[in-house]
Design a protein. Structure first.
Length: 224
């Protein structure tokens, strides 16, 4: 009888201890961890909790260190969030690791475009959508679709400099060349055959001049 009472007491004590126990354990400066989770500002890397570097933060949802977004910075290791730039300042890149990278300088952010690409003067690689270039940079907006021109112009590309005014009104659209039915002939060529079709209403004649823009690898025709 005494043995049964003793066993019953042990069972009740075990249940009470389980109900009162906290599944979270204290770690470091008061942060808690559940199971294999790491302290705030750290992520699990090959079984070890590792602090995220400057310019990054520990994303709770992805459980990865990720770069601070635009207009934010992180100047210390082991951060769970990034600090916004003061006074509506902006950054040129993601992953800023110092407040000094927050500036009021003009920047142009490359928008999403259809049938077109953005190039920075002197470079052949298209600029990534969402990337930023500093003020004063030479930009090229190039329509990549056949027979397309920059909207409201007669050119298949336009060059401009990133300034405060252009940054707020970057070109984003190309449109079908309104003179799509054309006879394209090299400059100074005989247009008589083309003009006969033009007179018949089946074509519009243009001469064109190859123009090298930005680099020697980019060639387009600017219609006259």
């Amino acid at each position: 009888m005494h043995l049964l009472l003793t066993l019953l007491c042990l069972v009740l004590l075990s249940v009470a201890t389980t109900e009162d126990s906290d599944p979270f354990s204290e770690i470091g400066d008061g942060e808690t961890s559940n199971g294999d989770d790491c302290p705030s500002g750290s992520v699990l890397v090959e079984g070890d909790c590792t602090q995220c570097n400057k310019g990054m933060f520990a994303n709770f949802l992805s459980a990865k260190c990720e770069p601070c977004p635009f207009d934010h910075y992180s100047d210390q290791k082991g951060q769970s969030s990034c600090t916004p730039c003061p006074d509506e300042m902006t950054t040129l890149e993601v992953g800023s690791n110092d407040q000094d990278q927050c500036t009021e300088n003009v920047k142009c952010e490359i928008p999403s475009v259809e049938s077109a690409i953005y190039l920075e003067g002197g470079r052949n690689s298209p600029l990534a959508i969402g990337s930023r270039v500093p003020g004063g940079s030479e930009l090229v907006f190039l329509c990549s679709g056949n027979n397309h021109v920059v909207k409201s112009t007669t050119f298949s590309l336009i060059n401009f400099v990133c300034t405060k005014s252009t940054a707020q009104n970057l070109p984003t659209e190309c449109e079908l060349d309104p003179n799509i039915n054309i006879c394209d002939l090299p400059e100074n060529s005989d247009l008589e055959g083309c003009k006969e079709n033009q007179d018949a209403g089946s074509a519009t004649c243009h001469s064109w001049t190859p123009v090298i823009v930005a680099t020697s690898l980019i060639v387009t025709a600017l219609y006259q």
